[in-house]
Design a protein. Structure first.
Ligand code: CS2
Ligand code: MG
Length: 403
């Protein structure tokens, strides 16, 4: 079999998605996701100018060799743009291989280690009462795990704190990023109050999670971890900037709160210290940003040696194609932890016909050959690309800060 053409489709059914379609001389094609939120066109150029011309005529079954050809062969390794491009191609190649075998992708990755995968969804609100109500409603819908975020009194609405303005567009700002204000001293005392109220209301069976969006220093994160210990969170996510692997030593030594990180990682080298020193419990890499199915498998197998479990990033900017690949990997590996699933707009679901399904807190991969997700190009054509960005955060005195 030979690759004959590769098409890159950019569309915005509510969010911008970059989708790769790899064609072969046998009539089979494969689909991949190569979306980098807010930097979509950079991946398109990388693929069209530098990747596609090198792959025409190659054997699509050689996914491992093509992965290394694009990774090592480029000389310029790693980075979100390079790795999203590799991810998109890699997903499409695994899709072709599994379709040719007539098998769902998870069968090529070792078969089923579980029938369905546990997910967590998001609840936010402008005050504690609203969040508690939302989490209780999720529990009633059968969710086993919920991420809870609350707006911070005294600050204007800010991304990821749970204010309703944040939920509407998934936090994306058009056409250019706005600037938001962050104040750690207003946030730190609030979060334990939220989880105290949540435990009083929803009890101890439901898994509760919280995302800090990289906003604390290691010692601030240590304090938050300690203050949250009575409420036994499933995890505390992205408490400190993810690139400071050594900072997790300080954080880890002060709290028994399980720690999750990795949604911005694109290579195992981002996490070798974190994993080998057992500074984290959950690795949040996802197929679209960490090198596709091949990248995820390598990273989760390495993590398994140190008892670190998987927790693929799955917000709405991870397209249903990457979600499909995540679910197949989640189904096959032994060290699965949990899968994030924040849901999609109706238009997005219409644009990506799929075999995976969600029901009452669990996702199932489905039995269609390949990863089971396709793209409806007629629907895509109705939703042209529209620039959108995540916000930028500043401290109250104007200093630019992480989020
Ligand atoms: C978040 C994401 O899902 C999460 O845990 O941190 O929504 C993240 O903010 C976006 O993926 C950024 O594009
Ligand atoms: Mg996150």
């Amino acid at each position: 079999m030979k690759i004959t053409d590769i098409k890159i489709i950019v569309a915005s059914p509510g969010r911008n998605f970059v989708t790769v379609k790899v064609y072969t001389d046998q009539g089979l094609y494969g689909i991949g996701d190569a979306t980098v939120n807010g930097r979509e066109k950079a991946v398109v150029a990388y693929l069209e100018e530098h990747v596609v011309p090198c792959l025409i005529g190659r054997d699509p079954f050689q996914s491992e060799d093509i992965w290394h050809y694009l990774y090592r062969g480029a000389y310029w390794r790693r980075g979100p743009i390079t790795m999203a491009a590799i991810s998109g191609i890699d997903m499409a190649l695994w899709d072709i291989k599994a379709k040719a075998a007539g098998l769902p992708l998870y069968q090529l990755l070792g078969g089923k280690s579980r029938d369905r995968v546990m997910v967590y969804k998001h609840v936010g609100g402008s005050d504690i009462a609203e969040v508690v109500e939302g989490v209780a409603a999720m529990q009633e819908q059968g969710l086993r795990a919920v991420r809870a975020q609350v707006a911070i009194p005294g600050l204007p609405p800010i991304y990821g704190t749970g204010d309703s303005t944040d939920q509407a567009a998934g936090g994306m700002i058009r056409p250019l990023p706005n600037e938001e204000v962050w104040a750690t001293h207003k946030y730190l005392p609030l979060v334990p109050k939220l989880f105290e109220k949540l435990r009083d209301t929803v009890g101890w069976d439901l898994h509760l999670l919280h995302d800090v969006h990289h906003r604390l220093t290691p010692i601030e994160a240590a304090r938050l971890g300690r203050d949250l210990e009575p409420y036994r969170l499933f995890w505390l996510e992205d408490a400190i900037p993810a690139e400071l692997q050594e900072g997790f030593r300080l954080f880890r030594q002060h709290t028994t709160q399980p720690i999750a990180v990795g949604e911005i990682f694109n290579s195992v080298y981002d996490a070798t210290t974190l994993i080998s020193e057992q500074l984290i419990d959950y690795l949040r890499v996802t197929s679209v940003h960490a090198g596709g199915v091949t990248g995820l498998k390598k990273m989760f197998d390495f993590a398994a040696i140190y008892h670190v479990r998987s927790a693929c990033h799955g917000p709405m900017d991870v397209s249903p194609v990457a979600m499909g690949c995540n679910i197949h990997v989640d189904t096959a590996i032994n060290n699965f932890g949990i899968q994030e699933f924040s849901g999609y707009t109706e238009e997005t679901l219409e644009m990506f016909p799929r075999a995976w399904s969600y029901e009452a807190g669990f996702l199932e991969a489905g039995e269609a050959p390949g990863h089971g997700v396709d793209i409806d190009e007629d629907v895509a054509a109705k939703h042209p690309y529209s620039p959108a960005y995540l916000p930028v955060a500043r401290l109250e005195d104007g200093t630019l800060t992480s989020w």
